[in-house]
Design a protein around this ligand. Structure first.
Ligand code: KG4
Ligand code: ZN
Length: 340
């Protein structure tokens, strides 16, 4: 019998609903919230209100694209955390109501685990290449930067993480410093393509273990821009592409250096990346070239599954459904949820 899971994602500023049938994505609808652009970052209060407005139309569209009736759904999965509490409450409450109305299992999903399990989404019902266990995953997003050993679908161990800012946050904050709208990551990636990555150099943090740090880079970048503007008020406009290429290269180098270290320490050659920053073209190129050098089997998600989406929630829900890991109606969202 086929299993159809409806996934709901509302942890930050994207409202998303997806339908997955036996690991094949039938629909994955995402409503972005442009309202935050004007504020230079996500405004939690506005995010929850926008989720409240978007959730019903987004679910209706996901069901319609998937050509699935509500009564066909076997289970509803939702992101319980981590994320913004007011945002998570909207998806959680919707999922609870839906499960109750249709008398189907309610499945809580850890958003971080879901980013990693995107690697088990089937693009179609034919053969698809997935990582074999155990694999090592670099999870880099706007809120998290972690190295995770994945020994089974629902068995993961974090072996390193950022001690301050996340990699995506570093992209966004540097973007803000040079006047880019939120989120700066995709724009820095775009402008960097026309720039010279060796034009400017920034010091990388010296952290001995498998942890990351990005706050020093952000501060150094702020002073670098401020000092250069003092000398030349048009510094940013005249050097935008080189600035973007240089800071992007530094952030990606920090990520790749630690990934290499973790791969050597764990002796794992099955390597994956996930999260919003895994959309970055320089990171993707750097991974492919490291993979060649180090004989890694590399797994990079399709672009649509890098940033927040409900297909990743639905696929995780599918694996939990198989194990009958269901949740009671008394569940509440959790803003700070770890991977274990
Ligand atoms: O996974 P995600 O959608 O949300 C979180 O769970 O945090 O990640 C969003 C982050 C943002 O910081 C955004 O700037 C970054 O991913 N991002 C990128 C790119 N696309 C998204 N960073 C660098 N290059 C990109 N192409
Ligand atoms: Zn995310």
């Amino acid at each position: 019998m086929s299993i159809i899971i409806l996934g709901i994602e509302s942890s930050c500023d994207d409202t998303s609903a997806a339908v997955v049938k036996d690991r094949v994505v039938l629909s994955n609808v995402i409503a972005n919230q442009d309202i935050h652009k004007a504020y230079g970052g996500v405004v939690p209060e506005l995010a929850s209100r926008a989720h409240q407005q978007n959730i019903i139309p987004v679910v209706a569209q996901a069901l319609s694209i998937a050509k699935v009736q509500k009564s066909d759904i076997n289970g509803i999965a939702f992101a319980r955390g981590p994320g913004l509490l007011g945002s998570l409450l909207v998806g959680t409450s919707f999922a609870k109501g839906f499960a109750l109305s249709y008398n189907i299992p309610l499945i809580e999903v850890n958003h971080l685990q879901a980013h990693i399990l995107t690697h088990f989404i089937k693009e179609n019902s034919g053969y698809n290449n997935h990582p074999r266990f155990p694999f090592l995953c670099l999870l880099a997003s706007g809120g998290h930067t972690q190295l995770v050993i994945v020994s089974d679908y629902l068995k993961m161990e974090m072996i390193g993480q950022t001690i301050d800012d996340a990699a995506g946050e570093a992209f966004d904050k540097c973007g803000k410093i040079i006047g880019l709208p939120y989120p700066g990551g995709p724009l820095i990636d775009k402008f960097a393509k026309q720039g010279n990555k060796n034009a400017f150099s920034f010091t990388k943090p010296k952290i001995s273990d498998l942890n990351f740090s990005f706050s020093g880079l952000k501060t150094a970048f702020l002073y670098f821009i401020r000092d250069n503007i003092k000398k030349n008020t048009n510094f940013i406009e005249q050097n935008k592409y080189d600035i973007c290429a240089s800071v992007q290269c530094t952030i990606i180098d920090i990520l790749i250096d630690k990934l290499i270290k973790a791969a050597e320490k764990t002796r794992i050659k099955e390597i994956a990346v996930a999260g919003g920053v895994s959309a970055n073209s320089h990171l993707r190129d750097a991974l492919l070239s490291e993979a060649k050098k180090r004989n890694w089997n590399i797994f990079i998600p399709a672009l649509e599954y890098t940033t927040d989406n409900a297909a990743m929630i639905a696929i995780t829900g599918y694996f939990k459904y198989l194990k009958k890991e269901f949740t009671g109606q008394d569940v509440t969202p959790v803003a700070k949820l770890m991977i274990e």
